[in-house]
Design a protein around this ligand. Structure first.
Ligand code: UGA
Ligand code: MN
Length: 337
């Protein structure tokens, strides 16, 4: 028993000694620290403070960026269902007085759609801030690209609209983008060519999502008719169209009247739009490379509903604006229209 108490005391003494040394060490360090603080000159202190302030500011910016991104992604996630296919809407667009109005109308509709990815391709050498800002604020999942139509294919002033095909280069760039980035065998998605001036019902996208190969449906206000639509037989097969304009086309359908499953499209790596096809044959040219009429999937209640309209926005008359410009003035001086 005694032995153990003795042993215990020696151990305790040892600890006490060590503790004293430790305290002493800390004290010395503290003194040194106070001395160095006192020695710091004002300039050094100022520099350190500035660095601290800058870091704080950077953190603030980073956190506000983070919050903006968070809001954006939350809104996208809201519209995201992992089991549904993604709809890729490819939209060529070009600068004109009504461009922002058209794209605003479209983006407001697309915001209501689940699993939606907007590939917007400007007919321009470079991407514009007008489109970039609109997309940034849209809360949409998007890809912004640009490619200019070669001058020889660009519509000349006073030349009728129908003379040259539109959106060829732009749609092809979007297809290349898809081929490079979505080339997986089990990829679940559908490609739709959504021109920037049409009117789309949210119901259309529920139909597009069903497309396994190529889906077709009626389009309102196109080809000189109130509605241009596929004709269906009793077995729900497409046997033709009611088209009045060039009904001899292999697929007498407007770009807004079909969508293609991405697997089918990607299984033909060379399918693109082309300048060399006759007027009004863009749709036929692309469709005949990937499908036959018999295999088309009639949608929109067996083609009895109109969910998309080939609307055309009237070109605004800007006579007064022209007068202003002649005087070196303009009504949109500090305001984006
Ligand atoms: C019809 C079809 O609906 C189009 O899909 C098809 O591309 C066109 O005919 C054609 O034959 O090329 P339409 O209303 O006459 O369409 O054409 P636009 O709406 O003027 O143009 C189609 C798309 O190309 C639009 O998204 C438009 O913004 C874009 N576009 C038009 C350009 O990117 N650059 C231009 O110079 C003109
Ligand atoms: Mn149009």
């Amino acid at each position: 028993m005694k032995m153990t108490i003795y042993k215990y005391n020696t151990i305790e003494n040892m600890f006490n000694k060590k503790r004293t040394i430790l305290y002493f060490g800390f004290f010395i360090l503290f003194i040194l620290w106070v001395i160095t603080i006192k020695r710091r000159d004002a300039a050094q202190y100022q520099a350190l403070k500035e660095i601290l302030d800058q870091t704080q500011l950077k953190l603030k910016i980073k956190s506000s960026n983070y919050n903006a991104l968070k809001v954006k992604f939350e809104s996208i996630c809201d519209k995201w269902n992992p089991t549904d296919p993604i709809i890729y809407a490819i939209t060529p667009t070009y600068k004109r007085p009504v461009q922002k109005a058209e794209l605003t109308r479209l983006s407001n509709t697309f915001r209501l759609i689940n699993n939606f990815h907007w590939i917007i391709v400007e007919d321009a050498e470079t991407k514009s801030t007008l489109v970039a800002d609109l997309l940034l604020k849209s809360h949409l999942n998007y890809t912004h690209l640009s490619i200019a139509t070669p001058v020889e294919w660009k519509r000349k002033l006073k030349e009728p609209k129908w003379k040259k095909p539109r959106g060829v280069k732009q749609r092809n760039l979007a297809l290349e983008w898809l081929r490079e980035r979505r080339n997986r065998k089990n990829y679940n998605g559908i490609v739709y060519f959504a021109d920037d001036d049409n009117t789309y019902s949210v119901d259309l996208f529920n139909e597009i999502r069903l497309v396994k190969g190529v889906g077709v449906w009626p389009v309102g206000l196109v080809g000189g008719l109130l509605v241009e639509k596929p004709l269906i037989d009793i077995n729900n097969k497409v046997i033709g169209w009611n088209s009045a304009w060039r009904p001899e086309r292999p697929f007498p359908v407007d770009m807004a009247g079909f969508a293609i499953n991405i697997k089918l499209l990607l299984s033909y790596p060379k399918v693109l739009f082309s300048w060399s096809v006759s007027r009004g044959y863009q749709e036929s040219a692309i469709l005949s490379q990937v499908i036959t009429k018999e295999k088309l999937e009639p949608l929109a209640d067996n083609c009895t509903k109109v969910y998309v309209w080939h609307t055309r926005t009237e070109e605004p008359i800007l006579k007064a604006e022209e007068k202003l410009r002649n005087q070196g003035l303009r009504s949109d001086m500090n305001i984006e229209v």
